[in-house]
Design a protein around this ligand. Structure first.
Ligand SMILES: Nc1nc2c(c(=O)[nH]1)N[C@H]1C(S)=C(S)[C@@H](COP(=O)(O)O)O[C@H]1N2
Ligand SMILES: [Mo]
Length: 198
């Protein structure tokens, strides 16, 4: 996949670029299906399942601590984008405002438009994960998941749910959209967990 849009990483980037990945010169947009158009005023994030139920509005999100992030982004279709700049709210800061049921071990991320993806609770609660509302200093564009998306830097980017609308806390693992279609339940790019071995 080297050429106009992608290039092979040099050896100096071996610890930054997972096996089988090429560097994207641009930053491709990857969406399955239509881009939902959600106005900021209409956006809601609900928490459900094994958690104290709660709804966050845009203002609620803005009232939480805001952080800047520079993260690498690894799509399972073999492109990576390094050093993407985002602003948003750490998942740990969001979750500090609610009480989680100790029975919760997994979470399903539900998106406007119907996309879903699943995470183990430990992967979800990692300190580097966040809800992004700003990309490169600009409001997150609709095709990137605006108003608000999730970013999970340590796993393949299909876990970074765009247009996030609901976090459903579960007592057992369940597969989301791509996971039901043969992709790996966890998706660790360093272990090339692309496809399910189930
Ligand atoms: N809601 C939703 N989130 C999604 C997707 C999608 O189709 N719908 N695609 C995933 C995939 S496969 C990737 S690689 C990234 C792409 O994010 P980008 O379009 O900002 O590059 O979003 C992920 N999150
Ligand atoms: Mo992807």
């Amino acid at each position: 996949m080297a050429g106009k849009f992608f290039e092979k990483p040099g050896p100096e980037l071996a610890d930054r670029v997972p096996p089988g990945q090429n560097l994207a010169k641009g930053f491709p947009v990857l969406t399955y299906g239509e881009t939902p158009e959600i106005r900021w005023a209409d956006w809601r994030l609900t928490l459900s399942g094994l958690v104290q139920p709660k709804t966050f509005t845009w203002d609620d999100l803005m009232a939480l601590p805001q952080s800047d992030f520079t993260t690498d982004f690894h799509c399972v279709t073999t492109w990576s984008k390094l050093d993407v700049s985002w602003t948003g709210v750490k998942i740990t800061d969001l979750m500090a405002t609610v009480e989680l049921d100790p029975q919760a071990v997994h979470v399903m991320l539900h998106c406007y438009g119907g996309y879903t993806t699943n995470l183990d609770l430990a992967d979800f609660l990692r300190p580097e994960n966040f809800l992004a509302h700003t990309l490169n200093g600009e409001p997150l564009p609709a095709e990137r998941g605006g108003p608000v998306r999730v970013v999970v830097p340590h796993l393949y980017a299909w876990k970074s749910a765009k247009w996030i609308s609901n976090l459903d806390f579960l007592a057992q693992p369940e597969p989301g959209f791509w996971e039901r279609h043969g992709y790996h339940m966890r998706g660790n790019p360093w272990a090339t967990e692309r496809y399910s071995d189930r």
